[in-house]
Design a binder for this molecule. Sequence first.
Ligand SMILES: Nc1ncnc2c1ncn2[C@@H]1O[C@H](COP(=O)(O)OP(=O)(O)O)[C@@H](O)[C@H]1O
Ligand SMILES: [Mg+2]
Length: 259
Amino acid sequence: MKNLEKLSLLNISKSFFIKDKKIDVLNDVNLDVSPGEFVSIIGPSGCGKSTLLKLIIGLSSQTAGSILLGGHELQYSTHDIGIVFQEARLFPWLSVYKNITFGLENKQLSEDDKNDVQKHIKLVGLESFADAYPSQLSGGMQQRVSIARALISHPKVLLLDEPFGALDAITRIHMQQEITRIWQTEKSTILLVTHDIDEAIFLSDRVIVMSNRPATIKKIIPVELPRPRDRNGYDFLLLRKKIYKEFFDEIEIPFSFNI
Ligand SMILES: Nc1ncnc2c1ncn2[C@@H]1O[C@H](COP(=O)(O)OP(=O)(O)O)[C@@H](O)[C@H]1O
Ligand SMILES: [Mg+2]
């Protein structure tokens, strides 16, 4: 069992400079994600959602504020955080197995490690495809590989940046069921960025609505529906309506839109 810890974003701001023009992207973002919690972030395109995840994984650094895990500044040399992007970003010349083990720092895999790899291949439902190459897999299967690759180093927090955005609607619904099962089995803390409001309600304990850029947290909506969730249930539809309203307040709609 992993020793899960609280992730805290404290007064996070981020600005970019393009030539000498300053672009404020995030403005005073504050969020605590509890150990084992599933939190989704939705917000207008370009508001800074991916930027926020990049700060958490250490691909970029914040202009102000701090990111804590278990009350301590995040150490990027550890494997505490894992990430899955919209595109699977696999190495085409490596098999599923080798793609998953690639990040294990070229160490000689012990029997325990090998068992763990097999366990993760099974966890994402790719037992028959360990020797397949990415070009031999569907988009959904490729995303399963990138999920296994992110989980193999047992991160305390898994970041998902629109991971199902490039998949067709049916595969996406299937992957949403799968990620719920994986989250319940692995007991990770998950922070998901999505533009799909139904996906956010279906998956999360809380939905965070971000404002336009410079983005801050506009609203936090708890989802207290029992799992597995019924997308057509009355309470689900009520929540959808509430979140649509928050979300569409943020973007300009060029036509009359009744929700
Ligand atoms: N490396 C960068 N340099 C300059 N501007 C950037 C950089 N990365 C992102 N941005 C800007 O930050 C804003 C937010 O981008 P992003 O976080 O990708 O948005 P989202 O994921 O919410 O759609 C955009 O205006 C984008 O142009
Ligand atoms: Mg993005």
